[in-house]
Design a binder for this molecule. Structure first.
Ligand SMILES: [Zn+2]
Ligand SMILES: [Zn+2]
Length: 252
């Protein structure tokens, strides 16, 4: 073996295990047939994706595009529009997750690094792009056409363990404006990392709601978001652990 490459590999592995601490999160990302994942955006010549966004918070997030052919659901006719079933309910989201989720909720640890001398930890977040609207809360069998995405907590039965999110492909922004779709996805992942809307800056950053940012937004975190991601306790930050903290600002 070329000694330069083997040395490089060791240095690289050491850098990963010492600098990063080898604690990561993996988004197991599924989608229904005829939907798309958010694509990277190019900002000032640099690619922006979920990994680069979360690296700002010094959290290493990998994306594993997994099952891409989940069938859209069919169901009872909507009394307001009997020919369609174009929305998904919370219970149905949980059913889709249960049928397709591979990574466990929470974390796994495994040996890593040179000679497997290190212990790495990986946390898991499940994401799914559904070819539906969100059911919303507008009454019997209606749709919320304005909802882009939702961190719905996951199908574990735990109260809001921040372990899963969905994007609603039928929303007209999601299926036509990739920049906002990527922003919305990063926002839902932010909820899984225990960030709240008060962690937005009120104008441009990721944790503002879509209606707040309008068409002027960036892919950055506010100071309070960065403080949470970089400095707060791991078990309050990584997905799939403690219940979401709704307090604004953070109570922990
Ligand atoms: Zn939100
Ligand atoms: Zn915090």
């Amino acid at each position: 073996m070329n000694s330069f490459f083997s040395l490089s590999r060791i240095i690289f592995a050491l850098a990963l295990t010492t600098l990063i601490g080898c604690t990561t999160a993996r988004i197991e990302y599924d989608r229904m047939t005829a939907t798309q994942y958010p694509q990277p955006e190019i900002i000032s010549g640099d690619e922006v994706n979920l990994t680069t966004i979360y690296w700002q918070g010094e959290r290493l997030v990998g994306v594993d595009e997994d099952t891409t052919n989940i069938a859209a659901l069919t169901g009872p006719a909507n009394p307001l529009d009997p020919n369609q079933y174009d929305y998904i309910t919370l219970a149905e989201l949980e059913t889709v997750e249960t049928a397709n989720r591979r990574d466990p909720i929470g974390s796994v640890t495994f040996s890593c690094g040179p000679s497997n001398a290190y212990t790495c930890t990986r946390y898991h977040l499940y994401g799914v792009v559904v070819n539906h609207y969100w059911e919303g809360s507008c009454g019997l069998a209606c749709r919320d056409t304005g909802m882009l995405g939702l961190m719905y907590a996951g199908a574990s039965g735990a109260t809001n363990d921040r372990s899963a999110f969905a994007s609603f492909w039928k929303n007209s922004i999601v299926n036509s404006d990739n920049g906002k779709y990527l922003r919305s996805t990063a926002h839902e992942v932010g909820h899984a990392f225990n960030l709240n809307h008060c962690d937005g800056d009120g104008s441009m950053t990721i944790m503002n709601q879509t209606g707040t940012v309008g068409s002027t937004y960036n892919y950055e975190f506010s100071a309070s978001s960065l403080d949470h991601l970089q400095n707060h306790a791991d078990n309050e930050v990584w997905p799939g652990l403690s219940p979401r903290d709704y307090a604004c600002p953070h109570a922990h």
